[in-house]
Design a protein around this ligand. Structure first.
Ligand code: 16G
Length: 191
């Protein structure tokens, strides 16, 4: 892929998104129908690219939480660190191809463990859609894609953290609050 004559860099192989058998395995209902290769008019779903610094990726994340003041150099350094961990970080974005702005994103992190015969687990993180693009089923598409991807890349389970009000949304994809299990967190900086 080339932007302005400069070769762009994907965080992970985009082919992984094309081989998902989305039509057969998706969890949510889409009206109208959309899918990873056709996410809607003037929209494209793909892995995060290094050029997304210039396409509003970080300001999109501010719709979710604090982001801070991140320079292009810091962004590229973090991107390259994530890319050099083989097959552990899968950030997908949805770009509005008319404005060249990133309008939705979510990340699958694959964690390696010793338990369960050296198994891996997935975590879905940082699901965010620009409020101007809500109602286009993009959040559903992002979660469906990453949930399918977690299975495809060999995770034995996938989990996420969310606000109470989001529980009905994530339930659509088969996520359940496991009985007797609690999410616990210790913070070193204030929320
Ligand atoms: C949400 C996110 C989580 C993220 C957190 C950031 C999803 C499903 N959950 O809980 O991934 O880490 O927000 O909030 O996207 P914080 O900055 O307060 O930790």
């Amino acid at each position: 892929m080339s932007t302005n004559g400069v070769e762009d860099i994907y965080l992970f192989d985009p082919e992984l998104l094309h081989d998902l058998e989305f039509e057969d395995q998706k969890c949510a209902i889409y009206k109208p129908e959309i899918n990873p290769t056709d996410p809607g008019e003037r929209l494209a779903l793909r892995p995060l690219c290094i050029s997304d610094f210039d396409k509003g990726y970080l300001s999109l994340l501010t719709h979710l939480t604090k982001v801070g003041d991140i320079s292009q150099e810091q962004f590229e350094e973090r991107f390259q660190m994530m890319k050099t961990q083989p097959s552990l970080y899968y950030t997908v974005v949805i770009e509005d191809t008319a404005t060249n702005q990133v309008v939705g994103s979510a990340t699958l992190v694959k964690e390696m463990h010793f338990i369960r015969q050296c198994a891996s687990r997935g975590r879905i993180e940082d699901v965010v859609v620009n409020s101007s693009y809500q109602g286009k089923q993009l959040g559903k598409l992002l979660v469906d894609v990453l949930t399918l991807l977690s299975k495809k890349v060999g995770c034995y389970k996938v989990s996420l953290e969310c606000l109470d009000k989001m529980v009905p949304f994530y339930s659509k994809f088969g996520y359940v609050k496991e009985e007797g299990q609690n999410y616990m967190c210790r913070r070193y900086i204030p929320k």
